[in-house]
Design a protein around this ligand. Structure first.
Ligand code: ATP
Length: 348
């Protein structure tokens, strides 16, 4: 049986690996570091390289020093990364998740006043299994002529149980009322059936949290018709990948979406989910909200809830006003203007 994941104990000023990343990464990382400090977050930064920048400067998109730093610190904040062709793996982000067995991808989607969106009252946390399913990398052509290819979805009891336990523990810690398990067990009776069976078993250990399950296609419909019906969702890798972008779309898009990747013993990498935005690099107009809200999750993770709450309130204050919102959200500010507004809110 999987035990409850206990986050590691962090000291009063933990060292955090900071990977600024590629494209707009350094711009949004600088803004984020500034607001963390203004909010009273006590962190020591250990700056490391990854992605295209690391390939250019260190000859390796995932240098050993970066891996060693995350291993030692057990917590990282990461901007978007590009993966050079011929890196030896498909994606640096995926390589990091595999290296540290970061099995739970956590993506909150919460309505933010002032951020343009079709919905109000959305407050969903998507917990996605991050290591198995069709993304386990078991793929091949069935013959030399490449007349057909197959990708195999791997679902294990251990992999299912640990992420479902994580979802329930998250629900318990955050006072959440319901966990909905999303699957396609009516068709994929063995693999998805196993995930569902494990979910039903785990749910019995959390009698205070309501549990239900929903077929993925019905979930997609329900999410756009009545998103307020959902609380915590736990699902497998492929469905989670798709549905977490959908839930981000319910609250204003990828630019405002935070994420955490959590592993055993609480090792965690917090990241913005948008890409490197090469079209706006160097213009000073990138929206740092996604990385900033990821940093709020990081502060909570390392036991600095008051600083996290201050930082979240400051970001929300800056987003509430069109003059301090960035242009991608219909505002008039650049990265600096938005960041200044956040810092002002903290100093008020
Ligand atoms: P990548 O190749 O790294 O995935 P991309 O440009 O294909 O990069 P995104 O980086 O997600 O994908 O960008 C999609 C669009 O959204 C781009 O026009 C980009 O400028 C914009 N965008 C993404 N992130 C931000 C942000 N934080 N602030 C402002 N605009 C953004």
């Amino acid at each position: 049986m999987t035990t409850s994941p206990t986050p590691p104990a962090f000291g009063p000023c933990p060292t955090v690996t900071l990977i600024e990343g590629d494209g707009i990464g350094p711009e949004i990382a600088a803004a984020t570091v500034r607001v963390i400090a203004a909010a009273g977050g006590q962190l020591t930064w250990d700056r490391q390289l990854a992605g295209m920048t690391a390939a250019a400067e260190a000859g390796d998109p995932l240098p050993a020093a970066t891996v060693a730093s995350i291993k030692a610190n057990q917590v990282a904040l990461k901007g978007p990364l590009g993966t050079p062709i011929g890196a030896g793996f498909r994606s640096v982000n995926v390589a990091l998740r595999q290296q540290f067995d970061l099995y739970a991808n956590v993506r909150p989607a919460v309505t933010i006043p002032g951020v343009p969106s079709r919905y109000t009252g959305v407050d969903i946390v998507m917990v996605r299994e991050n290591t198995e399913d069709l993304y386990a990398g078991v793929e091949h052509y069935i013959d030399a002529r490449r007349s057909a290819a197959e990708s195999i979805a791997i679902i294990t009891r251990l992999g299912s149980e640990r992420v479902i336990v994580y979802a329930f523990e998250y629900a318990r810690r955050h006072g959440r009322k319901r966990v909905t398990l999303v699957h396609k067990a009516n068709i994929l009776k063995l693999s998805n059936g196993l995930f569902l069976d494990v979910g039903k078993e785990v749910a019995q250990r959390y009698p205070e949290i309501a549990f239900d399950d929903m077929i993925v296609d019905a979930t997609a419909l329900k999410l756009v018709v009545a998103p307020e019906r959902f609380d915590v969702i736990v699902t497998m890798n492929l469905f989670g990948d798709i549905l977490s972008d959908l839930t981000a779309g319910l609250v204003g898009g990828l630019g405002v979406a935070p994420a955490a990747n959590i592993g055993d013993g609480g090792c965690a990498i917090f990241e913005a989910v948008h890409g490197t935005a090469p079209d706006i690099v160097g213009h000073g107009i990138a929206n740092p909200t996604g990385l900033m809200l990821s940093a709020v999750m990081l502060l909570e993770h390392v036991g600095q809830a008051p600083a996290a709450a201050r930082m979240r309130a400051a970001i929300l204050a800056a987003l509430a006003d069109a003059t301090s919102r960035t242009r991608d959200l219909g505002g008039q500010a650049d990265t600096r203007g938005f960041t200044d507004a956040g810092v002002r809110a903290l100093e008020a």
